[in-house]
Design a protein around this ligand. Structure first.
Ligand code: SF4
Ligand code: SF4
Length: 77
């Protein structure tokens, strides 16, 4: 279980989520920020901070953003 950043981040990238994450597991991946699923502790602080609601728990990612789960995870393989 981890939170996932979807493509809604691209074009905004204000890094607000990185400032509230207690374990510093959110990283700039170029086109968007991504979350390391091995480090995320599921606190949800990033999701409530994101101005464009681009962050979801992996079990709640909207179908149209399903590819974002791998987009986040694969950065850290
Ligand atoms: S849910 Fe918490 S630990 Fe996970 S990325 Fe967001 S702020 Fe960091
Ligand atoms: S708060 Fe939202 S828009 Fe800002 S960097 Fe994080 S995911 Fe991207």
């Amino acid at each position: 279980m981890a939170y996932v950043i979807t493509t809604g981040c691209a074009g905004v990238k204000d890094a607000a989520c990185t400032e509230v994450c207690p374990v510093e597991c959110i990283h700039d991946a170029g086109d968007q920020f991504v979350i390391d699923p091995g480090e995320c502790i599921n606190c949800g602080l990033c999701a409530v901070t994101c101005p464009v609601n681009a962050i979801f728990q992996d079990t709640d990612v909207p179908a149209e953003h399903a590819a974002s789960i791998a987009r986040n995870r694969d950065v850290f393989l």
